[in-house]
Design a protein around this ligand. Structure first.
Ligand SMILES: NC(=O)c1ccc[n+]([C@@H]2O[C@H](COP(=O)([O-])OP(=O)(O)OC[C@H]3O[C@@H](n4cnc5c(N)ncnc54)[C@H](O)[C@@H]3O)[C@@H](O)[C@H]2O)c1
Ligand SMILES: O=C(O)C(=O)C[C@@H](O)[C@H](O)[C@H](O)COP(=O)(O)O
Ligand SMILES: [Zn+2]
Length: 355
């Protein structure tokens, strides 16, 4: 068992990483929560696979379970769905002593986090991470969010969970496409973390390798992310680095109307940004093939026709790293050496054309 403890402010929680956790969900949750009502939030893909067994284990451990299933996919990350879930908690008489458990990928984690943080101004929250994205990134750090129209993660909170369970057994039912999109965040984190972790992603040649090494990749990625979050929970400084590839990536993710997964858009965003940062002399030229080989080895896309369109530039305005018309772009001076490159929004068309 690998346990990474995340301490922020007065609060600390464990991220447990092990492939037997799915057999003792009840005991793990009972180790941090007294008996209570639990809103077990999942989606229409994960629910049929794991909801009944998870409910059984929670009930055996003395919890009362309210299962809540939403349609699978990014469209469920909406204020409407969050509102419906909050209404369900109110209808079933949830109190501040009750809790929310997210059983799913990044969409369910982000959505359930919004619900937990808003209901009665905040009730307990636990994540059971079932996708690779959730196991290497989204379940840790407390960023919760929903989208509004074509604006990504525009409404949300910083709200830390009480416990995160990361079990690779869940990945057995994840499609290759969903696994690979999660791997884009692993490549991102390895490039930020330094040569040792980046060397490890250099050895991943195909999808089978991701599955074989998922536990080690999660442990590495979570250890790095936890350290960043502990140093800068609210993204005033170094946490911005975790957004490498996301400024351009988020802009095309929702413009693609579901055709691109989050990780696929981040893959395109990392490449498009890095190619241009090489042209302007910020990043070294060998970074482009180093990133490209890791991303394409597992079939991730690295470019899109949406880049540089008028709608694309409109979307950049809503990036959270836009401060009064200046975008704080995250670039790499080298592996393990991220920096912020401020760029006026008005200069972005010229920057994007610089290739
Ligand atoms: N909060 C953060 O720090 C953070 C970090 C990275 C990504 N995100 C967000 O996470 C989302 C992407 O996460 P995702 O890739 O997990 O998307 P997702 O939750 O939509 O999961 C991808 C697909 O896999 C299915 N799935 C999940 N686990 C499964 C399993 N074990 N077996 C079978 N199917 C399974 C889901 O139903 C869905 O269809 C985006 O909204 C992104 O913005 C948030
Ligand atoms: O945890 C963080 O901080 C991240 O930026 C992780 C990202 O991978 C993640 O996609 C996050 O949700 C992006 O957040 P946003 O602040 O750009 O909306
Ligand atoms: Zn991301």
């Amino acid at each position: 068992m690998t346990t990474v403890t995340v301490s922020v402010g007065q609060q600390a929680y464990d991220v447990k990483i092990n492939d037997t956790l799915h057999t003792r969900i009840g005991a793990e949750i009972a180790s941090v929560w007294t008996p209570r009502q639990i809103a077990l939030i999942t989606d229409s893909h994960v629910g049929p696979l794991y909801l009944a067994e998870t409910t059984r284990q929670l009930e055996a451990a003395g919890f009362q379970v309210l299962p809540l299933e939403v349609p699978a996919g990014e469209e469920s990350k909406s204020l409407q769905v969050a509102g419906d879930l909050i209404s369900a908690l109110a209808e079933y008489g949830f109190t501040r002593g009750d809790g929310v458990v997210a059983l799913g990928g990044g969409v369910i984690g982000d959505l359930a986090g919004v619900v937990a943080s808003l209901y009665m101004r905040g009730i307990g929250y636990i994540q059971i991470a079932t996708s690779l994205t959730a196991q290497v990134d989204s379940s840790v750090g407390g960023k919760t969010a929903v989208n509004l129209g074509a604006t990504k993660n525009i409404a949300g909170t910083f709200y830390q969970p009480n416990l995160v369970l990361v079990d690779q057994t869940y990945l057995e039912t994840l499609t290759d496409r969903d696994l690979v999109e999660g791997y884009a965040e692993v490549v991102k984190t390895s490039a930020l973390a330094g040569p040792e972790f980046f060397g490890l992603t250099g050895k991943i040649q195909n999808i089978t390798d991701i599955r074989t090494h998922a536990q080690a990749l999660s442990a590495r990625a979570i250890t790095y992310k936890a350290a960043v979050v502990m140093a800068d929970e609210k993204e005033a400084g170094q946490r911005q680095f975790l957004n490498f590839g996301h400024t351009l990536g988020h802009a095309i993710e929702l413009l693609a109307h579901g055709e691109l997964r989050h990780g696929e858009a981040v893959s395109i965003g990392m490449m498009a940004l890095t190619e241009r940062m090489v042209r302007v002399g910020v990043s070294p030229a060998d970074l482009v093939p180093a990133l490209q080989s890791r991303l394409t080895a597992v079939g991730l896309p690295i470019t899109s026709d949406l880049l540089g369109t008028p709608a694309f530039f409109d979307r950049l305005v809503n990036d959270k790293k836009n401060h009064a018309g200046t975008l704080n772009l995250v670039a790499l001076e080298d592996i393990g050496q991220p920096i912020i490159v401020p760029k006026a929004l008005s200069a972005m068309p010229e920057f994007m054309a610089s290739i």
